[in-house]
Design a binder for this molecule. Structure first.
Ligand code: SAH
Length: 232
């Protein structure tokens, strides 16, 4: 074996998760995905470039962390496809203005919450599977991210901490959840996948100063279902 072929674990790790590999993902996101057009907001692209997605999946999947695909995180759940995370985040920046306080329903790996926190938002996130939440909290701590989280059924939102300037739902329901729309502040934006099975649409709701709601469809998406009840 020559010196050049020596397996340096750190170097291998760097190779698979290196800045070059991450930059390639950013270029992909700029170009677009089968779901829709390219991501334009530089703040969002920069957050995706900065937050180490490989720390949000099992080590065995780290080599695939910078592919534009959803990946399993256990308990039948997935970390969302980067394009979808970017699209949902961008959709909250209406006319370029950044919301202050955001609620996420479905913490999962913690990746979407980490992206929002990296952008400087005050993040509140709710997860129904205790073990996923505990792992996500460790990641927030390791990365020094300030994220408020609770183990609960996110379909009731987080009324004590609301209203929110933005709400991101990262699991699909057959219809929009009224309790969440109610916790949206006037001028706020909610992004959620709605629909059953493989026929979901990513919807964006905007609540104006008078509480009137306007709805647009952003893209076809596939999310795991929004379920009721808690799991330890
Ligand atoms: N935002 C996550 C995506 C995880 S997948 C990420 O970036 O990794 C969706 C998550 O929503 C799963 O972890 C699932 O357990 C959770 N979920 C589903 N129904 C829920 C509910 N009613 N309340 C809270 N979390 C829920």
């Amino acid at each position: 074996m020559t010196a050049r072929m020596r397996l340096d674990p750190q170097a291998i790790g760097l190779g698979m998760t290196s800045q070059r590999v991450r930059d390639r993902l950013i270029e992909r996101l700029r170009e677009g995905a089968p779901n829709g057009g390219g991501i334009r907001d530089e703040r969002v692209l920069n957050a995706i470039r900065t937050v180490p997605r490989h720390l949000f999946v099992d080590e065995a999947l780290a080599t695939r962390a910078y592919e534009d695909t959803a990946l399993p995180i256990g308990f039948g759940q997935t970390i969302s496809q980067p394009w979808v995370v970017a699209k949902m985040t961008e959709a909250l920046f209406v006319d370029g203005a950044q919301p202050k306080k955001v609620l996420e329903v479905g913490t999962g790996s913690g990746y979407q919450a980490a992206i929002l926190a990296a952008l400087g938002l005050e993040v509140h996130t709710v997860e129904r599977i205790g073990e996923l939440l505990r792992t996500a909290r460790k990641r927030f701590r390791t990365l020094g991210l300030n994220v408020r989280s609770k183990h609960d059924d996110g379909r009731i939102g987080w009324p004590e901490n609301g209203p929110f300037d933005a709400i991101v739902v990262t699991a699909a329901a057959p219809a929009l959840v009224d309790a969440l729309t109610e916790q949206l502040a006037p001028g706020g934006t909610l992004v959620a996948p709605v629909g059953g099975g493989n026929a979901q649409s990513l919807l964006r709701l905007r609540k104006d100063a008078n509480g009137v709601i306007e709805q647009t469809t952003l893209a076809p998406v596939v999310f795991v279902p929004l379920l009721s009840g808690l799991v330890d």
